[in-house]
Design a binder for this molecule. Sequence first.
Ligand code: ADP
Length: 669
Amino acid sequence: MNQSQGRREDEPRIGYEMLEFRPEWQFDDPKTGVYYHSAVIPGKLFFTSLGGDMQSETVQKTIPFIERVFVEGMLENCEYIRIADYSEVTKASINARILYAGTINRLNASHNSHPSVTYICGASHLVKTMLRIFSRVVKQRLVFVESVEEAFRYLNNSRVSSVPVPSDDVVVSRREIDDFAAMCGNFLFGKKDIIPAASDYLAPDHPLNELYKIIMIFHDDLLELQKKEIEQKQEIEVALEGAKKLNEKLVEEKHNVEKKEQVQLRLIQRLKRARMQAESASKAKSEFLANISHEIRTPLHAVIGMTELLIETKLDKDQRYYTDTLYSSAKMLLMLINDILDFSRIDAGLIDEEKEVFNLRQLFLDIIAIMKEKASYKGLVLEGNVDEGIPDTLLGYSEYIKQVLLNLIQNAIKFTYRGQVTVTAKVVSETEEKVVIKMSVQDTGIGIPEEQQEQIFQPFTQIDASSTRKEGGTGLGLAIVRKLVKLMGGELRLKSNEREGSTFSFSLAFDKVQDEADHAVFSCKESQAARGLNNVSENTVEKKLVLLVEDNTINQKVARAMLEKMGYSIDIAFNGAEAVEALQRKNYGLVLMDLQMPVMDGYEATKAIRNSGKVLNSKIPIIAMTANATKEDRQQCLEAGMDDYVPKPVERKVMMNMLQRWLPLPDDR
Ligand code: ADP
């Protein structure tokens, strides 16, 4: 019997079921998939089942598990059989093998044990080859079998003598070696079709059989690698070709982009030039309109003033009809000129107004007072509601708000025949510094058809020519209102149903005024007015005598006729210098001062009156008459020492109100 194969004939059978597996002998590495499972039949058999890619780092980790088997005395002072199941080993590096074999040798030596035979089950050709090399290094006898079952079969069957153990004394003839070399030559020249399978070429027990198989594996791997190399080369060539084309395209694209950029640049330059031209054209247009409307307003001043006076004379029916038509046409013309001037100025982005401190409640009262008569004339109720939460003082464009609301109320009254017009101001949101207020003008009038709701904001657009004829209007109002609201940072909105009425609304953000100084600005005008009034009433002056300072003879005529009709006496000075002289001679009740005049203008004259000390009453009320009633003009007037202003052309009613304020006639008080 061959003892090295395991068992004596009288010994009991050794089976897999007799193996003892202990948890502390099992190693599993889920990260790499490597495992090392140990089991023993004490003093007889050492079983290991390995799997995965065995590298030295992983083998290093398995050593403590192997050691435990020996430390626990399982294989002490004995000759034992080893079965190692390699069927799941994918790779085993040389270093890993050295480490593993060295460990087993060390443990055998220290525990006085040694394996008689080691069955290697299911190892691949490569692993087998490597193990063969190592069997010499570790001086172990390795037997290669297909499976664990086969290993048990061999070690239990003493009669199986043909264990495929490679013999040390291999006999290979010279001829066989030459044939083998020739066959390997075919591998080198790639003559795959004449390479036979190992089984057809060499008997399974032929000493060169294993070597042939290994060379075939290497050869197949080599072919596979060559194939892959060719494929990769082709892929690289395709990719290179693609990259080349892409590069060409990129160059072309870059060229195109550069061309486009040049075109764009030229376009931008042209647009800039066109914009500059348009801007200067628009500026020229609005300047022209401003000038022309100023020029038209002066004679129109005369037409309106004289017509007003003519209307009040004794006229027959026909004459009254003519004068009434003349008057309403002149007023219409004035309205149109004012609207065109406003529109062109706003259109050209010219802002006359500055933000100022104002009281929205007072502004509402003023507006209602102005429009009340018109509303009640048509039998309409005009109502104003100001939210209680709105602060008393706000900072904003009060003049523009006034203009916007007046325009909207005017339209509401115009296109409402029954019911009411309501003006509302409500707080929408509020912070410590700001308050957003929504203002709306609602009427119960004819309404606006949906399809025309956008159109009406276009300049010179009116829906119904007949009602416009009846009610008058330029078609510019809403265009101006929309622009003004936008200019103040809001958006004009319209909600309207035909025959039910319309609501125009907008929201604006205002700065709250906390500072006392700001409040002072607001009340400045009022206090100046009060000062003027007191002075007049305290002084003993010829209250009915007014000095008109005006170089234009038509304006002189109109003003004289108007004032005399009201009951005032009037002296005329042609310029500022003449006015100062006249005031040194006579004690007038009030000065009506034109601004642009030859020799000495209105500002200089006012300064001279206030400061020279030569005039009889340096505190006399001075009222400016100005054709350009812009904010700066007004401010300049007040700064020069004037008390108030009336815009030209002066309307009788405006003049009367102003005079009643500053130089009331005995009956007025
Ligand atoms: P107009 O000077 O003709 O009133 P607007 O620009 O102010 O010019 O208004 C343009 C047109 O919009 C008006 O002619 C009228 O047809 C219509 N419209 C404006 N407001 C109202 C309103 N409250 N109700 C009905 N229609 C209105």
